[in-house]
Ligand binder design. Structure first.
Ligand SMILES: C[S@@+](CC[C@H](N)C(=O)[O-])C[C@H]1O[C@@H](n2cnc3c(N)ncnc32)[C@H](O)[C@@H]1O
Length: 204
């Protein structure tokens, strides 16, 4: 299989967000600040992406009809904001996160904002990942253990049309390897790459 890069134009930065998305991003940023201040134990692998930019990228994907279906999955969803943004766009959206406190907060935010997104606490790495053991030594900020979350969700990894992740610098290869190994042909992997912005590949 091959991953085909798709350029994400700079023009996405001009796309307006829906008022629901704006409200969710503002509310979530406040919740993150409160969570960080209240919690004494730092969750080392948790940092948040630029929610506004990712929301614009999701909007662009929808406008350009680039996604083959309606199922969205966020790998390592933190407090689930991107998953909720996908749900607000009408996608069937799930987020997978290994830290229970973050999953609890995601669920609280989704309930308080009436967003129909679902969150699962486990590793996004599916069983029988052939390339993962080779790559595990190269990543420091991803838990590389395999989980059983797709059984719990009731969908196979091949059933999703769009994945999103925010890899730590230099660790995107791990996410691409899992995607290449397991996702279905035609599906997309969108990643946020910090200063480099958005990156998009399609499995062909
Ligand atoms: C860089 S943060 C990104 C959070 C969120 N996606 C965002 O963009 O704001 C990465 C998250 O992945 C989680 N994580 C790391 N390994 C994981 C795994 N195997 N399965 C699920 N979550 C994982 C971490 O706990 C952390 O919350």
């Amino acid at each position: 299989m091959t991953l085909q890069p798709i350029a994400v134009p700079d023009l996405i930065k001009d796309l307006p967000l829906s008022s629901d998305a704006e409200t969710l991003v503002d509310f979530s940023n406040d919740q993150i600040e409160a969570f960080m201040l209240a919690d004494q134990t730092i969750i080392e692998n948790f940092v948040t992406c630029d929610f506004h930019l990712v929301a614009q990228a999701l909007r662009w994907l929808q406008q350009e009809h680039l996604v083959a279906g309606n199922r969205f999955c966020e790998w390592g969803c933190g407090i689930g904001v991107v998953t909720m943004l996908a749900a607000l766009q009408g996608m069937e959206a799930v987020g997978i996160e290994i830290e229970p406190r973050l999953v609890d907060l995601s669920t609280e935010i989704a309930q308080s904002k009436n967003v129909d997104a679902k969150f699962y606490c486990d590793s996004f790495v599916p069983r029988h990942s052939s390339k993962v053991s080779d790559l595990a030594a190269e990543v420091a900020n991803v838990v590389t253990d395999e989980g059983e979350v797709y059984e719990e969700i009731g969908l196979a990894i091949e059933d999703f049309d769009l994945f999103f992740a925010f890899p730590w610098p230099g660790e995107h290869h791990f996410f691409e390897a899992v995607f290449d190994d397991h996702a279905s042909e035609g599906s997309l992997l969108l990643t946020y790459r910090g200063r480099e912005g958005m990156n998009l590949v399609r499995k062909i």
